[in-house]
Design a protein. Structure first.
Length: 192
């Protein structure tokens, strides 16, 4: 039955036993972050990191942000070195800010960069975060940096998941690593 549905184009593989009726996979535009990725990659050629920017998903917001945030996730022991390098290039760089720190001094300006420790097995393509990583990480950043509210997050999640095919197995695996699998699973299956 599944074979016939896939063959006839009624359902599409969405990763490890998950299927979708959406034929078009989600594609992230990497243009907003190619410069920073190249800069960090040239200065730290063997450093693994993943980069994403809220500008990449801006069209899925209900309230379009005027300024964007670039997130760079890398090894914990390299965060300080990357921060020291980036603070010479950019004026608005934050090193793993906590909620309290963010409340006191976090400001979104042009070229706002936030460095975070990487999570093992995060979904990425080379040095670029995949949409599955972005959706999970944004769930945390909405609270830690107070950049969007829960309703806006739900709207973004719905806009992505209802219009494009994402790798559900990858999304749920990463959500499990971040200990929010039940929340993400509920959003996938029941809506928000």
């Amino acid at each position: 039955m599944l074979y016939s549905l896939k063959k006839d184009g009624f359902i599409y593989n969405s990763g490890r036993g998950w299927y979708s009726i959406l034929s078009e996979p989600f594609h992230l535009d990497k243009e907003a972050i190619t410069g920073i990725v190249s800069l960090i990659g040239a200065h730290f050629p063997s450093l693994p990191f993943a980069c994403w920017d809220t500008q990449q998903i801006a069209s899925y917001f209900h309230h379009l942000p005027g300024k964007f945030i670039t997130f760079i996730d890398t090894e914990s022991d390299a965060l300080s070195a990357v921060y020291d390098f980036l603070i010479e290039q950019y004026s608005n760089v934050y090193l793993n800010p906590t909620l309290n720190e963010a409340r006191k001094n976090f400001r979104i300006m042009d070229s706002t960069l936030v460095l975070r420790p990487a999570v093992s097995e995060e979904p990425r393509e080379g040095l670029f975060a995949r949409i599955e990583k972005i959706l999970v990480d944004l769930y945390f950043e909405k609270e830690r940096l107070n950049i969007i509210d829960g309703w806006e997050y739900s709207r973004i999640f719905e806009n992505v998941a209802q219009h494009f095919r994402i790798e559900v197995a990858v999304l749920l695996r990463y959500a499990q690593r971040r200990k929010i699998r039940p929340v993400i699973f509920k959003m996938l299956t029941n809506g928000t």
